[in-house]
Write a protein that binds this ligand. Structure first.
Ligand code: PMV
Length: 325
């Protein structure tokens, strides 16, 4: 009863911010993302009756507390599905540093769901795996799908899951993650989702997203990078406007975040194809095209406040690694 799965994180072009049901992670709006190749989590799950309780080894370190509780709660859902009560050892590692502004919860819960389902011998469809991953972390449902993914918000557990808009090979858009801080965020996204509806701008954002979703879908299908980039920046700024106007307010940006926004606009004015997007943290994802990667990377390296650059491209759906490596 052992299986290993690897899954990529994802970067949202249209963001999930605000839940209509916090317990089920049903989102207030649909969202669209690109699953990433280089930012991955690999997880081995071994169900073993000899274990007293669940155990978690995260990047080589035995981990308890909230992280183990979150993983255990997720395993309980899969155990309930399979009708077993056996404890599990979960060993998980990321290819990227935690706190780097790459959602480890997205790749983490996608990999955990796929590995645990396989270890339990459950034969689940992509849709069922996506809905289950969503219960661990909302955005994880999009990481169960390769390439360009759309999360259909739904109104019940079964109909809130992600589907593929286009496979990874459809369009080689790159995401250079510019890390300006690796400190853990003070307010986790779960708390932010709860607070979103307190913003007087929230209903306006929901209306705006209704129009943005088809426009982003179209930009992806037509490989229109300028359209995609403009929409991605507008959506990131809209989500951060909700954060800034929530009660109490949330400000994830640092001075370096604002510097980078201005730099990206400057580089674009100079002719480089680059656009930014920012999740619930200070780090900046720079969307660009393959031929511009060396130029954007060189400019990023010249900025003293950029600590690290993590280059990513479109990634596949999670896959099982044979023999539980
Ligand atoms: O999946 P969560 O609860 O960590 O929320 C993700 C929130 C954002 O990363 C900011 C946006 C998104 O859609 O990925």
């Amino acid at each position: 009863m052992k299986a290993t799965a690897t899954a990529g994180s994802n970067i949202a072009i249209v963001k999930y911010w605000g839940a209509r049901d916090a317990a089920l992670n049903l989102p207030a709006n649909g969202s669209i993302s690109l699953t990433l190749d280089a930012a991955r989590t690999t997880t081995t799950v071994r169900f073993d009756p000899a274990l007293k309780s669940d155990a978690l080894v995260l990047n080589g370190r035995e981990t308890g507390g909230a992280a183990l509780a979150h993983v255990s709660a997720h395993l309980d859902r899969l155990r309930a599905f399979a009708g077993v009560r056996v404890p599990a050892l979960v060993e998980t590692a990321n290819t990227f540093p935690e706190g780097a502004g790459i959602a480890s919860s997205a790749s983490g819960f996608a990999a955990l769901t796929v590995a645990a389902a396989a270890a339990l011998g459950l034969r689940l469809s992509e849709r069922e795996l996506s809905a289950l991953a969503r219960l661990g972390s909302g955005s994880a449902c999009r990481s169960v799908v390769g390439g360009w993914a759309e999360w259909l918000p739904g109104t019940r557990h079964e109909d809130s899951y992600a589907v593929q808009i286009a496979p990874p090979e459809h369009w080689d858009v790159r995401d250079l993650v510019a890390v300006v801080s690796t400190e853990a965020k003070a307010v986790p996204s779960a708390k932010g989702h709860e607070r979103a509806a307190s913003s007087p701008l929230f209903q306006a954002r929901l209306r705006e997203v209704e129009g943005r979703l088809p426009a982003v879908r179209r930009a992806i299908l037509e490989r229109d990078f300028h359209a995609l980039g403009v929409l991605a920046e507008a959506d990131a700024l809209s989500m951060h406007a909700i954060m800034l106007t929530s009660a109490p307010p949330l400000l994830y940006w640092l001075p370096a975040t604002v510097e980078l926004i201005r730099q990206v606009w400057q580089w674009r004015a100079e002719g480089l194809p680059c656009y930014f997007t920012i999740d619930a943290g200070p780090n900046v994802h720079i969307l660009t095209l393959p031929q511009a990667v060396p130029h954007v990377a060189a400019r990023l390296r010249a900025l003293p406040y950029v600590q690290q650059i993590i280059p990513c491209g479109p990634g596949p759906a999670p896959r099982l690694i044979p023999n539980g490596a």
